[in-house]
Design a protein around this ligand. Structure first.
Ligand code: FAD
Ligand code: NAP
Length: 376
């Protein structure tokens, strides 16, 4: 008797079982003169990889740069231990440092460096300050000659976790591909250049490199029905899902209007995907584009200032059923955009501040589900 064929199903890729994708493109979006380094990353998922919808995020499982692993193991005299090198490269955070590592090094150090580190460890506030902008190599600079057993090192360091990136492409735009918009985190502290783990990993990837990824489905950040208008507020890398939304709506002939608020430092160097948005405007797929270039004049102009300037029109869109999307920085931008929205609803909707708050937080966000955020 022949075996019953098992139905094929898409393998469940996740953070513990990522798909091995391939890098297709790694291009800097900022132009000459910019202080930022934002990358357009194109990853090939092919026909075997995970599938996604607009609004989803891509999980990326990063590894440390070889140079940092080597710098660290050389300081410990352990650079010939290939097993340790690979374990550290794939599983331990090296670009930042935790208190457990500092405390262990303080115990094992000798001479004045031991006294100095132990004094820091005895004072929680000083220890917080000490770990804030140091990496593991900075700590070893402060404890020359310290000896650690290879077997104990991974246990002293925090474990690498995947990072999420909002997907910047529609799955139907170029099938089998996923696009990301990644801001490279980089800064200098204690005389050494530091980079974000995952953004640095992505920025360094050569063409065709293997990239372990999985799709993190969104629970709520979906496109509305095709005939609904949308307002999208996405400064900086917050633009990512809106590029996907616009691609999707153009390709599928959605009839709802699209209004994009974008902001970054300078129009000349930081208008991410500026050419694409100009083309979408010309083609009639992007109905309104409001930009806020914060550093092109002496006073700061942010997206929420443009919203306020266009308050009457914005309120008309909201009143007639538009959905309102915000993506990007959670700490400051999304709060300020929320405050601007309240102000617009109050002023142009003729409501008291309390009524505006009730309308935005309850009617608009919860009941009608027209206020959607993807902030980080
Ligand atoms: C749902 C979601 C979607 C996201 N989408 C995007 C996206 O589309 N694009 C994007 O770029 N990011 C996005 N992010 C953020 C992204 O996941 C990462 O958090 C980001 O890339 C930084 O990760 P990293 O590994 O490069 O940096 P890490 O290694 O995690 O380092 C970042 C940390 O470095 C420290 N640091 C930074 N600057 C300094 C400094 N000057 N001095 C001292 N310490 C400093 C801070 O503590 C900061 O938290 C998203 C996050 C979420 C949750
Ligand atoms: N929560 C987080 O940890 C977080 C979130 C987002 C980004 N970042 C980090 O910031 C770096 C760049 O990120 P990004 O490229 O996405 O851009 P961004 O730093 O968010 O900046 C985009 C634009 O937003 C402006 N902006 C600053 N404060 C704002 C506010 N309160 N309201 C509205 N707009 C505001 C910026 O102006 P000015 O720069 O001129 O002030 C800039 O013009 C990256 O290193 C990224 O990792 C961190």
């Amino acid at each position: 008797m022949s075996a019953t064929p098992t139905p094929t199903s898409t393998p469940a890729f996740n953070r513990n079982n990522p798909f091995s994708s391939k890098l297709r493109e790694n291009r800097r979006l900022n132009q000459h003169g910019s202080s930022k380094d934002t990358r357009h990353i194109v990853i090939e998922l092919g026909s075997d990889g995970p599938t996604y919808v607009c609004g989803d995020s891509l999980g990326v499982v990063p590894r440390n740069p070889e140079s940092l692993v080597r710098e660290f193991t050389e300081k410990l005299g352990l650079h010939e231990d290939a097993n340790l090198h690979e374990t550290l490269a794939t599983s331990a955070i090296l670009n930042r440092v935790g208190k457990k590592f500092v405390k262990t090094v303080a115990e094992k150090a000798s001479g004045p460096s031991r006294d100095k580190l132990q004094a820091i460890c005895a004072d929680e506030k000083k220890l917080d300050e000490y770990v804030f902008d140091r990496d593991v190599v900075d700590v070893l600079h402060d404890a020359p000659g310290v000896h650690l057993e290879p077997s104990e090192i991974p246990g002293l360091l925090n474990k690498i976790a995947p990072r999420l990136y909002s997907i910047a492409s529609s799955p139907d735009h170029r099938r089998g591909e996923v696009h990301l918009t990644v801001a490279l985190v980089q800064y200098t502290s204690h005389g050494r250049n530091k980079r974000g783990l995952a953004s640095g990993y992505l920025a360094d990837l050569p063409d065709q490199a293997k990239v372990p990824v999985y799709v993190q489905p969104t629970r709520h950040f979906h496109l509305p029905p095709a005939d609904k208008d949308i307002i999208m507020v996405g400064p900086g890398t917050g633009i990512a899902p809106f590029r996907a939304f616009l691609q999707h709506r153009a390709q599928h002939g959605h009839t709802g209007r699209n209004w994009l608020f974008f902001g970054d430092q300078h129009a000349k160097s930081d208008f991410l995907y500026g050419d694409e948005f100009s083309a979408a405007q010309k083609a009639g797929h992007l109905h309104k584009l409001s930009t806020a270039f914060s550093r092109d004049q002496s006073e700061k102009i942010y997206v929420q200032h443009r919203m306020e300037q266009e308050g009457a029109e914005l309120w008309k869109w909201l009143e007639s059923g538009a959905y309102f999307y915000v993506c990007g920085d959670a700490k400051r931008m999304a709060k300020d955009v929320h405050a601007a929205l309240l102000q617009i609803v109050s002023h142009h909707g003729g409501k008291t501040p309390e009524q505006a708050d009730e309308w935005v937080s309850v009617t608009f966000a919860k009941t009608e589900k027209r206020y959607l955020k993807d902030v980080y």
